[in-house]
Design a protein around this ligand. Structure first.
Ligand code: CUA
Length: 323
């Protein structure tokens, strides 16, 4: 009986049905409570209307059991929904480690995606079915929000920060992609399609695209072009920490704290290098704020992450070493 109108987007990701279950339960609880209260209000309004013969004697009695019941019942309900929501939130925030990583960049007014093999797309995103995909988001200008209703995922892309959204698409097809944060005149046109392909089709799609060079390779070039390798290369560990396997590793700081070298730390180390000095090193690194844009930061990030897997050698520096 939907008259051809689709009221809800399809459930096309692994988390969609869980999100919907929570949403519909909340909706049903709110509707039931609203209906109950409405019945009471209307019922009493009719019963005690002016001129009705209803019995108005009796005290304004307080019933402890009644008050305890509704207080405790509301508390229990609130905790159930809190716990339920928290579990989904944590799940939503922890991508599986074998996920495919895609760099997504929001800018006025388009989404640009770069696959690890170097394939680029504008307002289109191709992903394989049944495989975890992490889209690491950045913004070049203002806050945008990556929103795929069919996957029930939404994540802001915030300037000056890297955020992640992940999903496992469960149904091949084409799904709307939106920007869900007002970002200027053409906000409403900022969007496109996510195409979910069977694994073989995805592989052949990747192969059919202009590869260019991989994101990590572009980052490696940039790493050398900007002179980073001069200090961070293997041969010069005196001036700057080596970066082998840096991503995800704990880093001891000069202020005796320890931080995990995540995207936040690496980004800050490039743009605000004096903020967290690695223990044993001097604060001599210049800031690259204004010298690299968000797309280049994503390349550098991909390069630094790629070093994690090539531990313990330093191929980028080695390949350039004379003799
Ligand atoms: Cu980008 Cu709205």
């Amino acid at each position: 009986m939907s008259f051809g109108i689709r009221f809800f987007p399809p459930e096309a990701s692994s988390i969609a049905s869980s999100i919907d279950a929570l949403f519909y339960t909340l909706l049903a609880s709110a509707a039931a409570l609203g209906l109950f209260l409405t019945v009471l209000v209307v019922g009493y309004a009719v019963k005690y209307r002016v001129g009705s013969a209803a019995d108005r004697t009796g005290a304004r009695a307080r019933s402890l059991p009644l008050e305890m019941t509704w207080s405790i019942a509301s508390l229990v309900m609130a905790f159930i929904f809190f716990g339920w929501g928290a579990v989904l939130f944590v799940r939503r925030d922890h991508p599986s480690p074998d996920a495919i990583e895609i760099a997504g960049l929001g800018k006025q007014w388009m989404w640009e995606f770069r696959h690890s093999g170097g394939q680029r797309e504008i307002n289109e995103l191709h992903v394989p079915v049944g495989k975890a995909v992490v889209v690491s988001l950045a913004s070049q200008d203002v806050i945008h929000s990556f929103y795929v209703p069919a996957f029930r995922v939404k994540q802001d892309a915030v300037p000056g920060r890297t955020t992640n959204v992940w999903f496992i698409a469960t149904e091949p097809g084409r799904y709307h992609l939106f920007c869900a944060e007002y970002c200027g005149t053409q906000h409403s046109e900022m969007g496109g399609w996510v195409t979910v392909l069977a694994p073989e089709q995805y592989a052949s799609w990747l192969g059919s695209q202009d590869e260019g060079e991989s994101l990590a390779a572009s980052g490696g070039k940039l790493f050398r072009a900007l002179g980073c390798s001069g200090c961070h290369g293997n041969s010069s560990k005196v001036r700057a920490p080596g970066l082998d396997g840096i991503f995800g590793r704990p880093v001891a700081l000069a202020n005796r704290q320890t931080v995990i070298a995540d995207e936040r730390y690496l980004r800050d180390s490039i743009l605000v290098p004096n903020k967290e000095i690695a223990a044993g090193y001097q604060p001599v690194m210049p800031s690259f704020d204004g010298l690299v844009d968000e797309a280049e930061l994503q390349m550098l990030m991909a390069y630094l992450k790629s070093l994690s897997f090539q531990f313990p050698s330093f191929p980028a520096a080695n390949s350039e070493a004379p003799q």
